[in-house]
Write a protein of this length. Structure first.
Length: 184
């Protein structure tokens, strides 16, 4: 299992991803060597959890322009995932700007046959998505958000890191080690 968290306002997006790789056949065997969160373009962040082979293939084979916006990246992903095996187990969260400069989330998953679901973050809103940990991070995110003195890229980045660390304390399938990245 893994944990990726995306938190966004209309002005910025933050994504965190842990490093845990777990042997599906023996969950007591794990390694903290697999990053999950990446800048896929100058305008889009991606978090990939699930099947390791599929994650590596996606990261290494996606050919997108460094200036591509979230809709273009999603089209490339949907095309690449159209031939995914029926037993593929993968969840992908993207955060980034569209062609009109609006911040959006997109989520693709084996549960939706890798068809994207989009959310636009409106001015004054903050939204979050997360994938895969057995420990539910939603309440932790909500609690930490309510305690913020101000909503900035730095404060939300610290929030994402703290939530990842708290989940890792009780979910052996999530590592304390994580990357936190952002776009503005």
């Amino acid at each position: 299992m893994s944990l990726t968290i995306a938190i966004a306002t209309a002005e910025f997006a933050v994504m965190s991803g842990d490093y845990r790789r777990v042997n599906v056949g023996n969950e007591s065997e794990f390694y903290d060597d697999t990053p999950k969160a990446f800048h896929i373009t100058d305008h889009v962040l991606i978090g990939i959890t699930g099947d390791l082979r599929m994650s590596i293939e996606l990261r290494t084979s996606l050919n997108v322009n460094k200036n591509a916006k979230i809709n273009a990246v999603v089209r490339v992903l949907e095309k690449a995932l159209a031939t995914a095996p029926t037993d593929a187990y993968c969840s992908i969260i993207l955060a980034g700007k569209d062609n009109k400069g609006r911040m959006k989330f997109a989520q693709l998953s084996h549960e939706t046959n890798f068809k994207a679901r989009f959310q636009t973050i409106k001015p004054g809103e903050i939204k979050w998505l997360y994938a895969y940990s057995f420990v539910e991070p939603g309440e932790l995110i909500e609690r930490e958000y309510e305690e913020l003195n101000e909503v900035t890229c730095a404060s939300v980045s610290a929030l994402a890191r703290k939530v990842n660390e708290e989940v890792a304390e009780t979910d052996a399938r999530v590592s304390r080690k994580c990357d936190v990245i952002y776009i503005t």
